[in-house]
Design a binder for this molecule. Sequence first.
Ligand SMILES: [Zn+2]
Ligand SMILES: [Zn+2]
Length: 245
Amino acid sequence: MDDPLTLTVLGCSGTFPGPGGACSGYLVRAGGTSVVVDLGAGTLANLQSHVEPGTVDAVVVSHEHPDHWLDLTLLRNAYRYVLGVSGVPVYGTEGTRRLAATLIDELAPTLDWHTTGAGATVDVGALRLRFGLTDHPVETLAVRAEAGGRALLYSADTGGAWDPGELGRDVDLLLCEASLRPADEGTFQHLSARQAGALARSMGAGRLMLTHLVPGIDPEEQRAEAEAAYRRPVALAAIGATLAV
Ligand SMILES: [Zn+2]
Ligand SMILES: [Zn+2]
């Protein structure tokens, strides 16, 4: 394929944005198709460094926690009041729809909301998206994106009880959350970097990138913990980074 599957990091702070940072948000592109997966605080600004927001083919929101979708409210403002765009498909859980509807007085016609869940498959242009349930206090969707024979798996937020199952087969890049210090494993439904590394190893993932990095935790220590478990080099998500999956 001339235009292979790529991932661009729009934001990678977990829980709240660090200085100059942005919360979770990723641009996934292939074959001329652009899908935004999560749209946390600060990501709409960064999105515009890579694509015209009006050309985004769909938005996916993994779950209702605000660090994953608050900028959807402002993307809707841009579409409705400035860009004159309507009917943009948004895929998310019922919980996210309910919360979004309280902040956005009318989702339609600007946003074409599709409530989705684990087991669903959605084709958006050149991208095939599949969703699975993670281990998190609210309904949370891991997202597998495939195109041109390559596969990206995004963990969204999850604890250690997540089993990717079918979604974890033949993954070229695992984009995995790493929110906790090792001493805090099991205290919240999130992963430590060590757990992310162990998960990548057990799945046989081709590469591992850590994201949802919580301000105040040393990312280089997290990288070392993940590499010790994965036994291979590990990348840290960084705003603006684009890589071929
Ligand atoms: Zn989060
Ligand atoms: Zn969460």
